[in-house]
Design a protein around this ligand. Structure first.
Ligand SMILES: Cc1cc2nc3c(=O)[nH]c(=O)nc-3n(C[C@H](O)[C@H](O)[C@H](O)COP(=O)(O)O)c2cc1C
Length: 375
């Protein structure tokens, strides 16, 4: 197995938990880390929220005591704000890795020139990267960027972005093999990942459609990526990180938990959420995960609905006790997509005239907080 090297950071297994807004909070990162070894990235944090000490943003900047490599994804469109936020993260929050979000497809983000729209403006992209790298370098912290192929097939940005990232001192680049217009639909284009590997010297992390550990090995073999970034495949399946660690160590492990074992994982997840957020909020936060954990199992509709309305651990325990613990894992779910897929967009929401010019910084996108991005 080859460890993943991101600047000074060594990650034992070349596996990264994809930042997922509303999912990859401290409790979920800990849950996944209990299963495998990798880099577990925090949910997206807005630079403006950090700089202005916005309560909602700071509430998300929480780390589990066992998190030895604190990794945060920052969103921003203003080089000065992103640089300042990076400085605060490194100096005050002990962050060991900063990832920059240049892939978000949400219309209210791209409409302002942020997320997946931003790499079209190459000069601005370079300025944000340079400010971030300079701020992080003072603390020996590596910076990575995560991006998509482009805005749509006619406006691809990833190869230029890779070059600019490398020139700016970025330690690695993660590529989700879809355009903004595709959102989460269709299949991820792994050939694009291979092309980026050819194009740059810094490590490339491949992202998109890893549903099983064998997919991760195949992606690395087919693209030459230095590691993989796993998002939706681990929703309701944190043990995927165990299978991934085993796969990269040369073992074939496909964990097939019984419904009883899945119930124990659901309990552990809720318990961790309760520890971090308090019991009631933790239980409410867990509700969105119920259908992912039970996907493919025979558990009845009433029970599922009740689980998706829990407010206490006692309620959760009473409901989990009604599951048939011996029910085997539904193998038909193996390799099947999970989480959001949606449909492609006819038109990506962009600022007026955004596509007219690739180099200008003339447009001054407004900075958002987590409140305004919903991230
Ligand atoms: C619920 C959800 C939230 C996400 N939030 C973020 C985010 O905040 N930042 C980001 O860079 N990508 C985000 N993504 C995209 C994932 O990180 C990843 O790039 C994408 O899901 C493709 O990988 P996958 O096929 O392994 O899921 C999100 C995806 C999902 C499903």
């Amino acid at each position: 197995m080859t460890a993943l090297t991101i600047g000074p950071l060594q990650v034992a297994t070349p596996v990264v938990l994809a930042p997922m807004a509303g999912i990859t909070n401290a409790a979920y990162r800990r849950l996944c880390a209990e299963q495998g070894a990798g880099l577990y990235v925090c949910e997206m944090i807005t630079s403006r929220g950090v700089v202005e000490r916005d309560r909602h943003t700071l509430d998300m900047l929480v780390f589990d005591e066992l998190e030895t490599q604190r990794s945060v994804q920052l969103y921003g469109t203003d080089p000065v704000y992103v640089g300042k936020a990076t400085e605060i993260l490194c100096a005050e929050y002990g962050v060991a890795h900063v990832d920059l979000n240049f892939g978000c497809p949400v219309p209210k983000v791209t409409r302002k020139g942020g997320g997946g729209a931003l790499p079209w403006k190459r000069t601005l992209l370079g300025e944000i990267l340079e400010h971030t790298v300079a701020a992080a370098a003072a603390y020996g912290v590596p910076v990575t960027m995560k991006t998509r192929k482009g805005i749509d097939e006619d406006h691809l940005t990833y190869l230029d972005a890779g070059r600019i990232a490398q020139e700016s001192g970025v330690a690695a680049i993660a590529l989700h093999g879809r355009t903004v217009a595709q959102a989460y639909s269709g299949a991820a284009d792994w050939d694009a990942i291979a092309r980026l590997v050819e194009h740059v010297d810094i490590p490339v992390l491949g992202n998109g459609d890893i549903w099983e550990a064998s997919d991760a090995l195949r992606m690395v073999a087919e693209t030459g990526a230095a590691g993989v970034v796993v998002g939706r495949g681990c929703l309701g399946r944190p043990w995927l990180f165990r299978d991934l660690a085993a796969a990269f160590a040369g073992d074939t492990v496909a964990t097939l938990p019984t419904l009883g074992e899945v119930a124990a994982m659901m309990r552990r997840h809720t318990e961790l959420l309760a520890q971090h957020l308090g019991e009631e909020r933790g239980c409410v936060e867990f509700r969105k995960h119920v259908s992912w954990y039970l996907k493919g199992f025979a558990a009845g509709g009433d029970l599922r609905r009740s689980l998706a309305m829990i407010s206490s651990l006692a309620e959760l325990d009473a409901l989990l006790a009604r599951l048939d613990r011996s029910e085997p894992f539904p193998v038909s779910e193996l390799g099947a997509p999970r989480g959001r897929q949606g449909s492609p967009r006819d038109k990506v929401a962009l600022p007026e005239g955004w596509l007219d010019d690739t180099d200008g910084t003339g447009y001054g996108p407004t900075e958002d907080t987590n409140e305004t991005t919903g991230g």
